[in-house]
Design a protein around this ligand. Structure first.
Ligand code: SF4
Ligand code: SF4
Length: 431
């Protein structure tokens, strides 16, 4: 098949992939005859052509052959579409050729799955490697990672690409099993966590290199890993019945309303029945929640579960959420330490919380900790002053108590604090 015909087929097949994300990347320059291309100054263009392509990127699939059968995808194995496949060299040559003609600033490359996830991912990595190493290409590269591809391949991809992305596909494992039977939420989340871990590791290496050489982090000799970050894409509306809260969580999964979405693994939305009587609002997800994609599953969540049991409350009947839906942290070696939220982040996330309250319409809202209480009441709140009394708020009762993580940090009075926390929950449940 002629190269131009392949380009026509594989550029058209790529139009369903989201290639543009607000992003920064490292600055590379070819001034002084060093290499070819540049990602200085203008960065990545966010304009979309009418057919869905981001106009400054060569946006293509390596191939639209696919051994998988995702029922929402035009390229699924059983689909009757015209198929084509580039060689890795053809993609490299096309990118360089388009770049030299000033048509593009970089490459977005995705692919159907051929032979195996690892084989396909290795092909994508080879394109990026060849561009960077063989041709000293300094433009932008965005690779769509293949679900289930091995950790080393993701690490290699991160070394050569500016941005890695992975499709979350569908909101629930049940929907995924139904509509994309070869895919699994656990492995998708594992890949996202690997990309995040790769970025954290490199950030730490750069800090250490800076300490040793006393150079700025940008100048310090240390490897790079997907400096423009990772992004995700989710298919909305493929499931036959998606309720109002689920629709909302899908929209929140794409939120870039504040900078917290960048380093975090994923949005952690609230969970619970649509018409729960009692809603508990915490501050933000922690490390465990960020990885699991569910609220209150880490150590503080386990303590909350014990307190709910002691108060005679069934967690499955409550709606649990946080004032802010992304984890804010500071990397310390291999750890990610909880960082304090600032006013702007809480305010940026407030519409999601309002929308949850509107849809669930609980009789009672309980704020766990000062940040949650301040977010809800839109004023500074001292927990000690507001605790233990009902506050009339927007036609319902608002109660304020401590965050369970506070009890984890308590020492000699822990027993007493826990009992008081249980008593607070009991009162709110009895209303
Ligand atoms: S793996 Fe990707 S290309 Fe293949 S059918 Fe599923 S969504 Fe389509
Ligand atoms: S923290 Fe809230 S506002 Fe910020 S990106 Fe996440 S969902 Fe959006």
């Amino acid at each position: 098949m002629e190269l131009l015909k392949k380009l026509e087929i594989l550029a058209d097949a790529a139009k369903y992939d989201a290639s543009c994300s607000s992003s920064g990347t490292t600055r590379r320059s070819s001034v002084g005859g060093r290499g070819m291309g540049s990602s200085e100054g203008s960065g990545i263009c966010h304009a979309y052509a009418p057919d869905g392509r981001c106009i400054s990127l060569l946006k293509i699939l390596l191939t639209n052959f696919c051994i998988y059968e995702c029922s929402y995808c035009i390229n699924r194995n059983s689909s009757n579409v015209q198929r084509a496949r580039f060689t890795t060299k053809e993609v490299v040559d096309l990118t360089l050729d388009f770049y030299k003609r000033n048509y593009i600033e970089g490459l977005f490359l995705s692919s159907g799955v051929i032979q195996s996830p690892d084989y396909t991912m290795a092909q994508l990595v080879e394109v990026a490697r060849s561009l960077r190493v063989d041709h000293d290409f300094r433009g932008y590269i965005h690779l769509k990672t293949i679900p289930d591809a091995g950790g080393q391949l993701l690490a290699d991809a991160g070394r050569f690409a500016d941005r890695l992305s992975i499709n979350i596909e569908l909101p629930t494992q049940v929907a995924l099993a139904d509509l994309a039977p070869e895919k699994d939420h656990r492995t998708i989340k594992l890949s996202m966590a690997r990309i995040r871990a790769g970025r954290d590791e490199v950030a730490e290496q750069r800090r250490q290199a800076k300490r040793i050489t006393n150079a700025s982090p940008r100048r310090a000799a240390a490897p790079r890993f997907a400096p423009a970050g990772q992004s995700t894409q989710m298919i909305i509306g493929a499931e036959p019945s998606t309720d109002a809260l689920e629709q909302l969580s899908l929209r929140a999964a794409m939120c870039c309303g504040c900078p917290l979405y960048g380093p975090a693994t994923q949005t952690v939305f609230g969970e619970g029945p649509q018409k729960a009587r009692l809603m508990l609002v915490g501050e933000q997800p922690g490390d465990a929640e960020d990885l699991a994609g569910r609220p209150f599953v880490g150590p503080a969540g386990q303590l909350l579960d014990r307190a709910l049991n002691a108060a005679g409350l069934d967690r499955s009947q409550l709606y649990l959420t946080n004032a802010v839906k992304h984890f804010k942290f500071e990397p310390r070696g291999k750890q990610r330490l909880h960082a304090k939220l600032d006013y702007h982040e809480v305010a940026a996330c407030r519409p999601w919380l309002d929308a949850e309250i509107m849809r669930v319409a609980p009789d009672v809202v309980m704020a766990l900790g000062g940040t949650a209480a301040s977010a809800l009441l839109e004023r500074r709140v001292a927990v000690t002053r507001e605790r233990g009394r009902a506050i009339a708020w927007k036609g319902r009762q608002l109660w304020v108590t401590v965050h369970p993580s506070f009890l984890l940090r308590s020492d000699a009075t822990a027993g007493q604090s826990f009992d008081r926390f249980v008593a607070d929950l009991r009162i709110a449940a009895a209303i």
